[in-house]
Design a protein around this ligand. Structure first.
Ligand code: HEM
Length: 470
């Protein structure tokens, strides 16, 4: 007979608010969830307000929850509804047959064949990034690493998604790049809000948010019209929007709302996640000169006279840079958990064989990367940042308990693109510049606003040649 969730241990809830105060404190939700798993076991329960929720890092549960989608589990209704209220419904929040259709579109346009075409955009934006760092090295200015990485991934994603050169990297002052940054914090603020006030009265911040979404919508509409013209003229698709013009085999034509929803899903899925990963990678190079030296030696060997990799295959040969990125994803996963719920009553079997009854609609926090920081057998010295562990042939990449891109049918379709961007940035910047951590604004601290990211990540940079001649 499966046990009810009432047998689970968990932190003691306060009246009315439950465990919300501790959960939402310090923008470190993921660390609170991990600490509770340390204290109360791999599967535990707690309360957010009056809502009973469960969290699990049990690999057997995590595996079933991630794989049996969309039929048996879905993204939690509450968070999906909040996201859908902000941006139109895209692949991330879609469920059932609608998801199946949008997913096909998303994976097709992000597949390896298109990535080869997209590579020119990636290298063009990387050239621009190098120029920014050269300027900082010349002037001695402090580099706000996360800000530059966000501009970089935004330029890449907008370029790939819409064939539009936003040039956030070289823009000064306010622009779409500053406004897009509001999207994740806004989603996070609303998910953690005690009351859905915005459904009754909008604050200035909500109106600004609506205006940003309308601005992106207008840009997508304009670019989609241009995409239709190009494709009608017989040109092969060169960006995500152009790939969307032709309907998929046996599928109806995609609607304008779906086009917009999927482009926004790419922007949201691709920007903060990849920028945070790349920023952390540069942080670990700055903190670990021996690791930095190895990245540089590899880049010298693989790239030779070339400043940038000429094709995705060359990025694939930057194995050490990729190992640094994998270690970042283990150490500082940008999406450390997902919030799912059963679509009907279900019994889950844990790795110890125990059975747990989970009723339809029970919110379940799925901790996908907890084990990778706790499993001493597979990840010896898990608290040490050691990229070499990924090159020793002992770790199956991305098998539980390490699933930074999720798993199963909803696995991140942008993984390859993200790895190319992050490994490229780590390798080419690591090769050309020396880094010195700048803690004048405070220590580097991680935060979580829907995804995790570093704050106060500042560096002083010098060109390698300048250092060598000193
Ligand atoms: C380091 C970078 C990235 C990380 C760690 C990451 C992680 C994730 C995770 C954990 C999920 C949820 C998977 C699941 O439900 O099982 C996801 C979904 C998704 N990601 Fe990524 N992602 C990254 C980069 C990207 C990029 C570059 C794009 C596109 C340009 C992208 C687009 C998406 C989309 C569209 C989904 C929704 C898939 C679905 O619901 O079927 N991601 N990502």
């Amino acid at each position: 007979m499966p046990e009810n969730t009432s047998i689970l241990d968990g932190p003691r809830p306060l009246p009315f608010v439950g465990n919300l105060p501790e959960f939402a404190r310090d923008q470190k939700t993921h660390r609170v969830l991990e600490r509770w798993a340390d204290e109360y076991g791999l599967t535990y329960r707690f309360r957010l307000g009056r809502q009973e929720v469960v969290a699990t890092a049990d690999p057997a549960h995590v595996d079933v929850l991630l794989r049996r989608r969309p039929d048996d589990f879905r993204r939690a209704v509450r968070s999906s509804t909040i996201i859908d209220e902000i941006v139109p419904r895209g692949v991330f929040t879609a469920e059932g047959d609608r998801w199946r259709r949008l997913r096909k579109v998303a994976t097709q346009s992000l597949n390896a064949a298109y990535l080869r075409q997209y590579f020119t955009t990636i290298t063009m934006v990387t050239e621009r990034l190098l120029r920014q760092w050269e300027a900082a090295a010349g002037s001695g200015a402090r580099v706000d690493v996360l800000d530059l990485m966000m501009r970089y991934t935004l330029d890449v994603t907008v370029g790939l998604a819409m064939g539009h050169d936003l040039n956030a990297l070289e823009s000064t002052g306010d622009g779409l790049h500053t406004r897009v940054k509001q999207l994740f914090p806004a989603i996070s603020r609303r998910i953690n809000a005690a009351l859905p006030y915005w459904r009754y009265a909008k604050l200035p911040q909500d109106r600004r948010l609506d205006a940003t979404v309308r601005e992106i919508e207008a840009l997508v509409g304009e670019r989609f019209a241009a995409a239709r013209v190009r494709v009608a003229a017989g040109d092969p698709p060169s960006n995500f929007l152009e790939a969307l013009v032709r309907p998929l085999e046996n599928e109806p034509e995609i609607t304008d709302e779906e086009v917009f929803g999927n482009v926004l899903a790419m922007l949201l899925g691709g920007e903060d996640t990849t920028s945070s990963t790349a920023a952390w990678a540069l942080h670990y190079l700055a903190e670990n000169p021996d690791i930095h030296a190895k990245v540089r030696a590899e880049a010298d060997e693989v790239l030779g006279e070339q400043r940038l990799p000429g094709d995705p295959g060359t990025v694939g040969r930057l194995k050490y840079a990729e190992a640094v990125v994998n270690e970042v994803l283990r150490f500082q996963p940008v999406a450390p958990f997902l919030l799912l719920e059963p679509t009907s009553d279900v019994t889950l079997t844990g790795r110890d064989g125990s059975e747990l009854f989970a009723p339809k609609g029970l919110p379940i926090f799925v901790l996908m990367s907890y084990g990778a920081r706790r499993d001493t057998e597979r990840f010896g010295d898990p608290d040490v940042f050691r990229p070499e562990r990924w090159l020793e042939g002992k770790l199956p990449p991305e098998a539980l308990p390490f699933a930074p891109f999720g798993a199963g049918p909803r696995y991140c379709p942008g993984r390859n693109l993200a790895l190319i961007e992050a490994a490229m940035v780590t390798s080419v910047l690591g090769r050309e510049f020396d880094f010195e951590p700048d803690h004048s604004a405070g220590a580097v601290v991680e935060r979580m606003e829907f995804t995790t990211f570093p704050t106060n990540l500042n560096l002083r940079v010098r060109t390698r040649a300048a250092t060598a001649t000193r």
